[in-house]
Structure formats: structure tokens, C-alpha cells
Design a binder for this molecule. Structure first.
Ligand code: AMP
Ligand code: TRP
Length: 319
């Protein structure tokens, strides 16, 4: 079984990325060969600073490895090290209905946030489909926000298969049930672009500040509070055991504890959770050539598969 996913190097990684995609992706390494890549071509739709793009890409690799990705169990690589994926994106675009892409939520959200409607932004899902199909991927672990993009991928694969015969395998999304959408400090979906993120490897002071800034209602300290709608409880649940979660909920309902105390408790738990990852990150940073070696060997493996699949595609369409 082949498992594939990508992550954009558009900034630092946050705990939404971690629970929505990275942790499930790492766990899936036990089930098959994994192909995980840094989606630089996608990031170009919003990031136009070459230095930042290069640095972010290396940092995503570092962070992914620090979080436990095992490069011996699969390939970790840069999207741009497999440029054939852009060729496949073109071929897919020739069968992609405009209407299908016009209905993409993510495109509409990005326009609503003020990104300019470039062709690249519009055809973002076509490139993503190429990423997935070029490796004959079976499973794609992603957060819920990417589900529609996987559906588009399947639609495009079916179009090609109907037009040219059996060319592509149909991939399945894998969306982890308990962490479909991780909320940010304002209660909306956590996202770098909403500036409501808590980073995996943020420094201690900033992380504490962000957590203390979680938006709450104005229920007074003495009064009982509703745990079911609290961002603090939702975030705490990602890190704490069942017993600890139940305890926090009880203290919410009992009253007598202010939100500030719950936030401190959340901070301690979160900080402790990432201790081993921070340690591993320091270790990796000490070995300057390690990340380069991982990415180079990842690219080699990815190209082997991509070249085979592209041969099949080129034959099928008449190139
Ligand atoms: P991106 O930063 O948009 O490249 O996202 C990388 C991965 O993290 C994707 O699989 C997203 O679905 C996932 N992800 C991003 N934000 C969240 C969130 N707030 N909750 C759950 N998953 C997320
Ligand atoms: N669009 C994805 C995101 O923003 C990143 C991505 C690009 C991806 N290509 C992919 C994810 C292929 C899974 C498979 O999160």
C-alpha cells in the first residue's frame, strides 16, 4: 500500500498541522510505503519570497523529522525535485471541467481572504491531483479542509480513465476522526493565515502568550462554565488523557476556577507533550548534512515511481 501526503512550506507548522496531518501520517508509516513531500509549487501561489520559501522548506523537513517521521520507512522529498508532476498537472488540466474547480471551497476561501485570483490558485487542485496520481497513491492522510481536493482528484482520475482506458488508481482520503479540525486561539480553524495558530516549535514565551490569549466568554471565576463549547477544553483534549479531560470538564462545571488557570494547565500539558520532539529537533540540527541526505534520497525514490507512472500516462494519451 502506498500512502502519500503533502504540506505547504508557507510558514511555521502549527498544532493543527500536527494533529490533522503529521501525526496520522507518521502513524501510517506502519501500514505501507509513505511518500511525504514539501509542496513548494503550491506555496508559490501565496508566498513570493525566494529566501523564505527555501528556508521554510528545510524547516518543514526538519520539523517533520523531529516529530517522528522515519525516513527509512518512506520518502521525504521536495515537490520541485519531481518536476514531472507539473507535466501531469497540465495533462489533467486538459480534462478538468472549469465548473468542478469553480466549486472548490478552498479557492473561494482564499479569494475571500484577499488573495488575487491567479490561474495558479485556481488550478491548485489540479496540481494536487497530479501529486497524488503520479505515485499511484492508495491513501492520502489530510485534515478535513483537504477532503474536497481528494474528491476532485478522484473525479479527474475517472475522467482520464474514461477517456484513455485504465491509467490511474483511485486514491482514498484518510481523515482522522478526532482531529478533523483543530481550532485556533479565536475558536476558528487554526491557520497561519488567520494568525490564530499555536506553533509546534514556537518559543516558550510566545507559546504561553498565545495560549493565554485564547478567546473566552466573560463568565466570572465563581460561576460554572460550559466545557462543551470551550476552545481550551478542545485543545487540552488533544494532549491530555481521558481522566485528565474528565477532571477539567468537572472543574469547568463546578465553578470557582477562572479561565486563566485552565489556560495555564493547557500550556503545561502542551509544552510537556512536545519535549521529546524538541530534543530530537536539536539533535537533527547538529548534523548539517542530514536533512539534505534525506531529501536527496527521498527525491530519488519519488522519481523512480513518478517516471514509471508518467511513462504509462504518456503512452496512454499519445505523447
Ligand atoms: P497546509 O498548511 O495548508 O499545507 O496544511 C497541511 C496539512 O495540515 C493539511 O493536511 C491540512 O488539512 C492540515 N491542517 C491544517 N490546518 C488544520 C487544522 N486547523 N485542523 C486540522 N488539520 C489541519
Ligand atoms: N493542499 C495541501 C494543503 O494545503 C497540500 C498538498 C499539496 C497536498 N499536494 C498534496 C496534500 C497532495 C495531500 C496530497 O494542505
Amino acid at each position: 500500500m502506498r500512502i502519500l501526503s503533502g504540506i505547504q512550506p508557507s510558514g511555521t507548522l502549527h498544532i493543527g498541522n500536527y494533529f490533522g496531518m503529521m501525526r496520522p501520517a507518521i502513524a501510517l508509516q506502519a501500514e505501507g510505503e509513505t511518500f511525504y513531500f514539501i509542496a513548494e509549487y503550491h506555496a508559490l501561489t501565496s508566498l513570493r519570497d525566494p529566501k523564505a520559501l527555501r528556508e521554510n522548506s528545510l524547516r518543514v523537513a526538519l520539523d517533520f523529522l523531529a516529530c517522528g517521521l522515519n525516513p527509512d520507512r518512506g520518502a521525504l522529498f521536495r515537490q520541485s525535485d519531481v518536476p514531472r508532476v507539473a507535466e501531469l498537472a497540465w495533462i489533467l488540466s486538459t480534462v478538468a471541467p472549469m465548473g468542478l474547480l469553480e466549486r472548490a471551497h478552498s479557492y473561494k476561501d482564499k479569494l475571500a481572504r484577499g488573495l488575487s485570483p491567479t490561474v495558479g490558485l485556481f488550478s491548485y487542485p489540479v496540481l494536487m491531483a497530479a501529486d497524488i496520481l503520479i505515485y499511484d497513491s492508495d491513501i492520502v492522510p489530510v485534515g478535513k479542509d483537504q477532503k474536497q481536493h481528494i474528491e476532485i482528484t478522484r473525479d479527474l482520475a475517472v475522467k482520464i480513465n474514461e477517456t484513455y482506458g485504465d491509467v490511474f488508481k483511485l486514491p482514498e482520503p484518510r481523515i482522522s476522526a478526532e482531529t478533523q479540525v483543530v481550532p485556533g486561539i479565536d475558536g476558528q480553524k487554526m491557520s497561519k493565515s488567520y494568525n490564530n495558530n499555536i506553533d509546534i516549535f514556537g518559543d516558550e514565551k510566545e507559546t504561553r502568550k498565545r495560549i493565554m490569549g485564547i478567546v473566552t466568554d466573560s463568565t466570572p471565576v465563581e460561576a460554572p462554565k460550559d466545557p462543551s463549547r470551550s476552545t481550551i477544553v478542545q485543545l487540552y483534549s488533544l494532549f491530555a488523557s481521558k481522566v485528565e479531560i474528565a477532571e477539567m470538564c468537572e472543574r469547568f462545571q463546578k465553578g470557582g476556577t477562572g479561565y486563566g488557570d485552565f489556560k495555564k494547565q493547557l500550556f503545561e500539558k502542551l509544552w510537556e507533550f512536545f519535549v521529546p520532539m524538541r530534543k530530537r529537533r536539536e539533535e537533527i540540527m547538529r548534523d548539517e548534512s542530514y536533512i539534505d541526505e534525506v531529501l536527496t534520497s527521498g527525491a530519488k525514490r519519488a522519481n523512480e515511481v513518478a517516471n514509471q507512472v508518467m511513462k504509462r500516462v504518456r503512452d496512454a494519451v499519445g505523447l
